[in-house]
Design a protein around this ligand. Structure first.
Ligand SMILES: Cc1cc2nc3c(=O)[nH]c(=O)nc-3n(C[C@H](O)[C@H](O)[C@H](O)COP(=O)(O)OP(=O)(O)OC[C@H]3O[C@@H](n4cnc5c(N)ncnc54)[C@H](O)[C@@H]3O)c2cc1C
Length: 598
């Protein structure tokens, strides 16, 4: 049997696996990716690409390509509830940060915009960049099994067309093989929750619906048609794939019944029913079934095998978090693997992946399922839950128009129910407020800042260790850049101000004496970086003589309110604590020792 060797073997070419391959290649780590199928996703499942994902792709130099291919935020902003696209509109709300009062929150949070990029367009961008930077990709290659020992992992894979079995030996294996992950099963990761709680059908169509939507541009149109499905409450989604001629129709089915057999004719009938106009030309491109889950792993790794993406968190598409979270999993793990493989960190650094990402996965699963449940309030307000009789439901819905106290109460109830949907469609805090606690974060002794606004709806920028580096615009050598642009790139970054120059010298000393790269920026007049809007002064939460140390994944690793007595030794000790032992038992001591003897 043939044997190939690599540093990291990645199983699965979805958003998790492809982004892991990209990050590892960018960081110079040899990696090989195997994918069971001949090509990438053929249906556009994920699409909402949040600011945090775009800024990670910005770090990889891919933002321009993403923006060029995506539908912009301006066209994502109307969530419409109606009886059909051509029918009566019941409610509408501004979403994805497009309400004028929310736009500022989104603009202040990140240099990048939220956008809508179908998975079918995102994946080729990731693949091309990963392959160009060094990833070896093998399509039509199925992972079968693995065995691990103290030095590495041996995986058995099968080339499907030739039915040839071979082995790949890697130092680490990443299971990015989706919600039915065999890798996660093989290493016995503990799953909590329930799989297959509801059934859904995707119907991909081409149809020019411009005249029905261009006055209320959106990515999601919710259609309420009593009596059109099991249980009497029919709710379908018409999702924009490309404006305004490619659409994904999502339609629920009863998971306790046999899966529906939908042929092209039935799919076209469903499409016409949701559109509300049979005369529109509809081309059916694809029909697929999938299930909603409420399940997450409480641990993401075992030994040298790490899982990520849907393999670890399995939930409905509500809030649009799946692919976004998968990319963040990879971004969290990739720099750690790179540092360990380069001998700059001890293997214990990899344990922090579990500590940091498992709570996020759980939060995402719970949030997405809660968002589904919250549709109940809308159905209730429309009088769709207290009867199974379709005619009665239609009468109840019509009562919304009545000029009487009941009609007024129903309208008020609907307004309150719609407001709840902010937790699905404007949940900026869910996307940004991750505050990691692990051995790769060094506390500074301060209390965790309390959220001043609802933590699910609003992002709270802070440099409290573990939080994401706050974004603000600064000037760097004559160019307007984000603080996010100065950090990242696979290395640590230190920000300080006037009077903190010795922190910058310390960063240079530590970088020179060890192989751990720490870029440093002094922000202030006379230096390379100018805080011309005084935004960094407001956001940094340290004095000018203090410093903020940022990890390669743009999370704050540590901060010091003021100048330390010995900045080089302090920084070396902090890095040693984060990197956990390096090639010897205690990287902190090694770094301090190296710096001291330099
Ligand atoms: C209708 C719908 C809408 C969605 N909308 C959004 C959204 O707006 N935003 C968002 O962020 N997310 C969204 N999602 C979720 C998103 O699609 C998933 O979270 C994402 O695809 C997970 O990425 P992944 O790489 O973990 O898994 P997958 O995309 O499932 O990729 C896993 C890959 O592994 C391969 N594989 C599996 N087993 C093997 C094996 N044994 N050997 C080799 N290869 C294997 C598979 O073929 C597949 O290519 C949506 C999902 C659906 C269904």
């Amino acid at each position: 049997m043939s044997l190939t060797e690599t540093d990291v073997l990645i199983v699965g070419a979805g958003p998790a696996g492809l982004s892991a391959a990209l990050f590892l290649s960018e960081y110079g780590v040899p990696n090989l990716l195997v994918e069971r199928y001949r090509w990438l996703a053929h249906t556009p499942r994920a699409h909402i690409t949040n600011q945090r994902a775009v800024e990670v792709l910005r770090d990889m130099g891919l933002e321009q390509e993403v923006v060029a291919k995506a539908t912009p935020q301006e066209l994502m902003g109307n969530q419409v509830f109606c009886t059909s696209l051509a029918g009566e509109e019941l409610a509408r709300m501004r979403t994805w940060g497009t309400h004028p009062t929310r736009r500022a929150d989104y603009e202040l949070a990140s240099p990048s915009s939220i956008c809508d990029l179908p998975q079918t367009l995102l994946e080729p961008i990731l693949l091309e960049a990963a392959a160009a930077r060094g990833t070896e990709v093998r399509f039509n290659t199925e992972y079968l099994s693995l065995e691990q020992d103290v030095d590495g992992v041996t995986a058995t894979v099968r080339h499907r067309p030739s039915d040839t079995v071979s082995q790949i030996r890697a130092k680490y294996l990443l299971g990015a093989d989706g919600s039915r992950s065999k890798v996660a099963d093989d290493i016995g990761l503990p799953l909590e929750g329930q799989m297959g709680i509801a059934g859904s059908m995707n119907i991909l169509i081409r149809a020019d619906l411009t005249h029905l939507v261009e006055h209320r541009p959106s990515v999601l149109y919710w259609i309420l048609q009593p009596g059109s499905t099991i249980g009497g409450v029919g709710m379908g989604v018409v999702r924009m794939v490309r404006p305004w001629n490619e659409w994904l129709l999502i339609w629920g089915y009863d998971i306790d019944e046999p899966p529906p057999q939908v042929d092209e004719e039935e799919a076209r009938r469903i499409a016409h029913r949701l559109i509300g106009d049979d005369s529109i030309d509809v081309q059916v491109e694809d029909i697929a079934l999938w299930t909603n889950n409420r399940a997450y792993m409480t641990r993401y790794s075992s030994g040298r095998v790490f899982c990520m993406g849907d393999a670890c968190h399995r939930h409905p598409p509500n809030n649009g978090l799946g692919a976004n979270t998968s990319i963040q999993d990879s971004y969290n793990l990739a720099w750690k693997l790179a540092h360990v493989l380069r001998g700059q960190a001890g293997p214990s650094l990899l344990d922090t992946y579990n500590d940091e990402r498992a709570p996020v996965g759980r939060q995402v699963v719970e949030r997405a399922n809660k968002s589904i449940a919250e549709f109940g309030a809308i159905l209730e307000a429309l009088g769709l839950t207290d009867t199974t009789d379709a005619e009665q439901m239609r009468t109840n819905m019509a009562a919304l128009k009545d000029d009487n106290p009941q009609g007024a109460a129903q309208r008020e109830q609907l307004r309150r129910a719609m407001a709840l949907k902010n937790y699905e469609f404007n949940a900026h805090g869910v996307e940004f407020n991750q505050r990691y606690t692990s051995a790769a974060i060094v506390p500074d002794g301060t209390e965790e800042p309390t959220y001043e606004r609802d933590p699910e709806l609003y992002y709270h920028p802070t440099t409290w260790p573990g939080s994401r580096l706050p974004h603000c615009w600064v000037e760097h050598r004559g160019r307007k850049v984000s603080t996010i642009d100065l950090a990242g790139k696979g290395r640590f970054t230190l920000f300080t101000g006037i009077g903190g120059e010795s922190w910058a010298q310390a960063a240079a000393t530590v970088s020179a004496c060890t192989s751990v790269s720490v870029a440093a920026f002094v922000i202030g007049p006379g230096h390379d970086v100018l805080d011309l809007y005084d935004d960094w002064a407001a956001l940094s939460e340290v004095s000018e003589r203090g410093c903020v140390l940022v990890r390669p994944d743009l999370h704050v690793a540590w901060r010091s309110r003021d100048l330390a007595a010995d900045p080089a030794a302090t920084l070396a000790r902090v890095l040693g604590a984060i990197l956990g032992g390096a090639a010897v038992e205690d990287a902190g001591n090694v770094l301090v020792g190296t710096v001291a003897s330099a």
